[in-house]
Ligand binder design. Structure first.
Ligand SMILES: C[S@@+](CC[C@H](N)C(=O)[O-])C[C@H]1O[C@@H](n2cnc3c(N)ncnc32)[C@H](O)[C@@H]1O
Length: 217
């Protein structure tokens, strides 16, 4: 299957996430576990005191573990409602900076952060290669971009019911996009767990393997 044939024509992702913001934490627990973020932190080699960006941060699944490990986080999302939920949970820590922003114009200056994380974000953006270039832009030299997302799959209900734009990715494509964004040592690996979802409109269930990809600026 070519990458173009996997693209969805439907929109409405911001409205979808605004609508599900209150339920996202319990939905997320049904989809995948903390093992995903632990693998992402391991591949990034996170260090206390560093600054990370969490792109497509949602209600703060990745951010939560980072502030727990002593990092400061700039969390960016298109959905104010998702960020509002994160603010309620973590603003008192003083370690997060919440910014509303879009994939191809992140509200972060050039070379500002040590790490960029993007969990289950890439399959929602219009152009994954452009989103990766933009995430690379905000990394300091030596900084690491770590993406966790779905392997290529055939479950169309995720496009119609959850506003996914892309039906997962070939790992080779993601590696190529990291290299084209100027990142070195592009690698991918298995996270070791699947994302599980049931269709609300039928009998179909999905269990899709999750990959981690990393590039170094
Ligand atoms: C599947 S959720 C993942 C949220 C969080 N990373 C997690 O692991 O729980 C995808 C998030 O990406 C955000 N998002 C989708 N497309 C975006 C875009 N083009 N620009 C910024 N954020 C986007 C959504 O609003 C949503 O919060």
């Amino acid at each position: 299957m070519s990458i173009d044939s996997l693209k969805c024509g439907c929109g409405g992702s911001k409205e979808y996430f605004d609508d599900v913001a209150d339920q996202w934490d319990s939905m997320r627990k049904g989809f995948f576990s903390e093992a995903v973020r632990e693998k992402a932190y391991e591949v990034a080699g996170i260090e206390k005191g560093a600054v990370a960006a969490d792109i497509g941060a949602g209600t703060g699944f990745i951010t939560e573990g980072l502030i727990g490990a002593g990092l400061r986080v700039i969390a960016v999302d298109q959905s104010e409602s998702m960020l509002d939920r994160m603010r309620e949970k973590f603003a008192r820590t003083g370690l997060i900076d919440l910014r509303v922003g879009e994939s191809e114009n992140l509200p972060i200056p050039d070379q500002a952060v040590d790490y960029v994380f993007a969990n289950m974000y890439l399959h929602h953006v219009e152009s994954p290669p452009a989103a990766i270039k933009e995430m690379s832009r905000v990394l300091k030299p030596g900084g690491r971009l770590v993406i966790t997302d779905l392997d290529e799959h055939g479950h169309t209900f995720l496009r119609t019911e959850q506003h996914d734009r892309w039906m997962g990715f070939k790992r080779e494509d993601v590696k190529q996009w990291l290299s084209e964004a100027g990142l070195k040592d592009a690698m991918t690996d298995c996270v070791g767990q699947n994302c599980c979802a049931d269709s609300c409109c039928g009998e179909e269930s999905a269990s899709i393997s999750i990959f981690v990809a990393r590039g170094v600026k």
